[in-house]
Design a protein around this ligand. Structure first.
Ligand code: KG4
Ligand code: ZN
Length: 338
C-alpha cells in the first residue's frame, strides 16, 4: 500500500511516498528558511504563498524520486492540524483535491501524531510508551496507549521549547532558526559556565508541565546586563549552559512521569529532538534506569511528510477516511479526534 503524504503546517513544503507504513520510497522537503531568515522568524503570509508555489513541484519530485506515477498511489494524506492556518490550508486543499480528482481515499493527519511516528519509522515500539514531543510549537509529555489513544500528561505553561531556543538566539543576534545554531555553539562551550533558574512547577496540576519563559528571560537579562557593562558573554558558554538547563528541565519531568506511571519505554520526537544536549541527557537518564529510548533519525526530526505518510497508514488500517468538507484546525490537542 503506497501513501502520498503531504506536510505544509509551518514553513516546510514536504511530500513523501511511504509503502506499508515503513518503507520510505521518497521524502522531499523544501525549506523556506532563507525567505523567513531576514525577519528572524516565520512570517505566516510568506509561508502560505511559498506553499502555493512549491506544493505541485514538491509532490511531482516525490513521485519522480520514488519512480512512480499517481496511478501507483493507493491513498493520499495531508496534515490538517495543528499549525498556521494559511499554511495548513494549502497542503490540505491540495491533498483533498488530488484525492477527489483521482478517486483515491483521503486521510487527514495530526502533525504531532506524525512527529510521534517519526520515532517509530525505523523501530517497532510496543505500546504503551511515554512520548516526549518537543517542537517549535509544542512541548508535550504524553502517554501513548495506542496509535490513536494519546493522553497528554504535561505541556508547557508558557513558551514551547523550540520558541525558547529561537527567541534567545534572535535576541543574541545568532540567526534563525535558533535551535540548531545554539546546538552547534554549545558543542564548543562549557555547560557549567553559567547557571540558569530551573522552574519549580511542583503543584499537582503542573506535576508534568514545563516552563521556559523564566529561563528565556534569565538568558536575555544576562545578555543585557553584560552589554550594559560593556562586557561580552562567551557565546559558546551561554549556548551550552542554556541548552543544558533546557535538557535537564525536559528530562527531569519525563523521568518523573515514567517513574510515577511505570513506563520503561520512551520515545522522543519533534524538531527539538535533533538537539544533541536533549538527546544525550535523555539517553543517559534512560540508561541509568534501564529504560529503552527511541529517537528519530536526524532526517525525520524536523517537519517532513514521511511521518505523515506513516501515521496515515495506521489511520487507514483503522478505517479512517476523511471527506472533502474537512477543514484545517490551527490548534488541537494531541489525541483529540476530528
Ligand atoms: O517540529 P519542527 O520542525 O516544527 C514545528 O512543528 O514546530 O520544530 C521546529 C523547532 C524550531 O524551534 C527549531 O529551532 C527547533 O525545532 N530545532 C532545534 C534543533 N533543530 C531544530 N532546537 C534545538 N536544537 C536543534 N538541533
Ligand atoms: Zn513539527
Amino acid at each position: 500500500m503506497k501513501i502520498l503524504g503531504i506536510e505544509s503546517s509551518c514553513d516546510e513544503t514536504a511530500a513523501a511516498i511511504v509503502e506499508d507504513g515503513r518503507t520510505i520510497l521518497s521524502n522531499v522537503v523544501a525549506t523556506q528558511i532563507p525567505f523567513h531568515k531576514v525577519y528572524k522568524g516565520v512570517v505566516p503570509e510568506i509561508a502560505s504563498r511559498k506553499h502555493v508555489e512549491w506544493i505541485l513541484p514538491v509532490v511531482k519530485q516525490a513521485l519522480k524520486e520514488a519512480n512512480l506515477t499517481l496511478d501507483d498511489i493507493d491513498a493520499i494524506a495531508a496534515t490538517n492540524r495543528p499549525g498556521l492556518m494559511g499554511s495548513l490550508l494549502v497542503g490540505l486543499t491540495f491533498g483533498k483535491t488530488l484525492a477527489w480528482s483521482t478517486n483515491k481515499p483521503f486521510i487527514a493527519v495530526n502533525h504531532m501524531l506524525g512527529h510521534l511516528y517519526a520515532a517509530q519509522l525505523e523501530n517497532d515500539i510496543s505500546y504503551p510508551y511515554l512520548g516526549l514531543l518537543v517542537s517549535g510549537g509544542h512541548s508535550i509529555i504524553c502517554k501513548v496507549n495506542n496509535f490513536d489513544d494519546i493522553e497528554v500528561l504535561g505541556t508547557t505553561v508558557d513558551d514551547s521549547v523550540g520558541e525558547a531556543f529561537d527567541k534567545v538566539a534572535k535576541f543574541y543576534g545568532l540567526g534563525y532558526p535558533g535551535g540548531v545554531i545554539i546546538d552547534n555553539l554549545a558543542k564548543q562551550g562549557d555547560s557549567k559556565a553559567l547557571s540558569f533558574p530551573i522552574p519549580k512547577l511542583d503543584s499537582p496540576e503542573h506535576r508534568y508541565d514545563v516552563s521556559f519563559s523564566g529561563l528565556k528571560t534569565a538568558a536575555l537579562n544576562l545578555i543585557n546586563t553584560a552589554s550594559q557593562k560593556g562586557e561580552e558573554i562567551n557565546r559558546e558558554d551561554l549556548a551550552a549552559s542554556f541548552q543544558q538547563t533546557i535538557s535537564e528541565i525536559l528530562v527531569d519531568k519525563t523521568m518523573k512521569a515514567a517513574e510515577e506511571y511505570g513506563y520503561n519505554t520512551i520515545a522522543l520526537a519533534g524538531g527539538v529532538s535533533a538537539n544533541s544536549g536533549v538527546r544525550k541527557t535523555l539517553q543517559e537518564a534512560c540508561d541509568k534506569r534501564g529504560y529503552k529510548l527511541y529517537m528519530p533519525d536526524f532526517k525525520y526530526c524536523g517537519d517532513n511528510a514521511a511521518m505523515i505518510g506513516v501515521a496515515a497508514y495506521y489511520e487507514y488500517l483503522n478505517g479512517t477516511r476523511h471527506g472533502w468538507d474537512l477543514n484545517a484546525v490551527p490548534n488541537l490537542k494531541l489525541g483529540e479526534r476530528i
